[in-house]
Design a protein around this ligand. Structure first.
Ligand SMILES: Nc1ncnc2c1ncn2[C@@H]1O[C@H](COP(=O)(O)OP(=O)(O)OP(=O)(O)O)[C@@H](O)[C@H]1O
Ligand SMILES: [Mg+2]
Length: 460
């Protein structure tokens, strides 16, 4: 006969605190190796045994992390006769009818797992890898009309795209309207609280001790103040975000776009006589074909007040010609009433240009400010993380936060780069790249290029 009785291993003191905590939102850990993922599996099992029919859900950022950290060890923990696992539905069903669903949430599309679904208890493992608006939607599915407990348990390590919101709620306890402080609890657990791990892998602590200082402080000692991983450490809401003001008409204005069917991001930037940039408007909209995108951008211009845009920067790949139509996206924008100027797609140089603008100078000034209505850019810029493989670049994930910073990058690099040399009156020295594009262009595109870049001086 197959064994059905579940015998749980003994928790350690910090894990006991976690297992007993009954707040609506409980965060556990705050450092590496404190026994967080283990505690989630045990808590889920206890709940499933105590409340027959309860629906629990364990969330991680990706499926492979779920499988490695939870599904496999969970199935090893339980005796075979005590459960059934449905691999296609990713649900573990206990003998008494309780269920544990395994779900991942990397981007907006994955929120489908939480729409119109009710879970009694949700565990978000590594919540610091999850965006705040994803957390909110996931937490919103923690509900139901039954007597089972309704709770969200989170585990966390400092660093990651969710660092700021987890720190705000559980470490700083800096609550906003609608958030009840009584509902939030944080139990810190360090690797030194996980004696079982220290006994079985004594080298693990040494690995943490050998990390670079900031990461070591964060992962070994659970320090949250060193915002490990944030790419634009220079960004400071209290400095860079300002109340809107009426921009003098004579200030030069630019736009910068990042275009894809999944997202159009367009920024409007005005330059003061002191050469300080003010990002004063943004457009952040999904699913626009080029003609609609061009129309939306143009119609947002305040023509009544004579708002004039000097140039609209865009990434160079918009000039690649489509194999089917023979036309580039830049050409299609032009035909829809919006002429674009080619920016540069050197990522590292572009990010560096933004860093220069954000940099706080000795006199307390910076070279770029954001009007507070530019909510998406202000939200997404500080979320960008360092790329783990290319230390000067920022990560491309999660993809949806990259569009507004990319548009800013196309502006920053184009605006801070020295303007093209002016040759004989009325002509401009084109770069080799520009000549290459011109040579490949059709006659109508050539007209358009001359209009955008100015009449070229003879090639050298
Ligand atoms: N009470 C316990 N009894 C036996 N082993 C335990 C116990 N708690 C944790 N462990 C073991 O310690 C190791 C680390 O635990 P766990 O993976 O839960 O830590 P973690 O905090 O999630 O780590 P990370 O930060 O790497 O995600 C695992 O091998 C786990 O099985
Ligand atoms: Mg873990």
């Amino acid at each position: 006969m197959r064994q059905t009785e579940i015998i749980l291993p003994d928790p350690q003191p910090k894990q006991v605190l976690f297992l007993r905590d009954k707040h609506r939102y409980v965060a556990f850990g705050g450092a590496r190796g404190g026994g967080k993922s283990w505690a989630i599996r045990i808590k889920a099992t206890i709940l499933c045994m105590a409340h027959k029919g309860i629906r629990c859900c364990i969330v991680r950022r990706t499926y492979s992390e779920l499988e490695e950290n939870h599904i496999t060890p969970f199935l090893e923990l339980l005796p075979q006769g005590a459960y059934k696992y449905n691999d296609s539905k990713k649900v573990l069903k206990f003998k008494g009818g309780s269920k544990v669903y395994f779900r991942y949430c990397k981007n907006d599309e994955d929120l489908r797992f939480f729409q119109g679904v009710e879970y009694d208890v949700i565990f978000i493992d590594e919540a610091t890898q999850i965006l705040e608006h994803h957390f909110k939607q996931i937490a919103a599915s923690c509900r139901g009309v039954n007597p089972f407990p309704k709770r969200v348990y989170l585990t966390c390590n400092p660093g990651g795209v969710g660092h700021a919101w987890v720190k705000r709620l559980f470490v700083d306890r800096d609550f906003r309207e609608g958030e009840d402080p009584e509902e939030y609890s944080f139990i810190q657990s360090l690797v030194t609280d996980n004696k079982k791990l220290l006994e079985s892998s004594p080298d693990y602590k040494k690995i943490l001790e050998a990390l670079p200082p900031r990461k070591r402080e964060a992962w070994l000692h659970g320090k949250w103040d060193l915002i490990e991983g944030q790419y634009f450490e220079e960004f400071d809401r209290s400095i860079h975000v300002i109340d809107p003001f009426a921009i003098p008409k004579e200030w030069r204005r630019y736009r910068a776009i990042d275009y894809g069917l999944d997202m159009l991001s367009c920024l409007w930037i005005a330059i003061s006589p002191e050469r300080v940039a003010y990002v004063y408007r943004e457009l952040h909209q999904e699913n626009l074909i080029i003609s609609e995108a061009a129309r939306r951008i143009v119609e947002l211009n305040d023509t009544e007040r004579g708002e004039e845009i000097y140039q609209t920067f865009a990434p160079p790949d918009l000039w690649n010609r489509s194999q089917e139509t023979g036309k580039s996206k830049a050409q299609l924008f032009y035909e829809s009433g919006l002429s674009l100027s080619k920016s540069n797609n050197d990522r590292e140089a572009g990010w560096l240009a933004i860093k220069e603008l954000l940099h706080l100078r000795e006199d307390g000034s910076v070279r770029i400010y954001f009007f507070k209505n530019c909510v998406n850019l202000i939200k997404n810029l500080p979320l960008l993380q360092y790329d783990e493989k290319r230390p000067n670049d920022c990560a491309n994930e999660p993809h949806e936060i990259t569009h507004d910073p990319d548009a800013l990058r196309y502006f920053a690099i184009a605006w801070t780069r020295p303007s093209p040399e002016v040759e004989e009156e009325g002509t401009v020295r084109w770069t080799v790249d520009q000549w290459e594009d011109y040579d490949r262009a059709s006659p109508s595109e050539r007209e358009y290029l001359i209009m955008r870049w100015g009449k070229p001086a003879p090639r050298r």
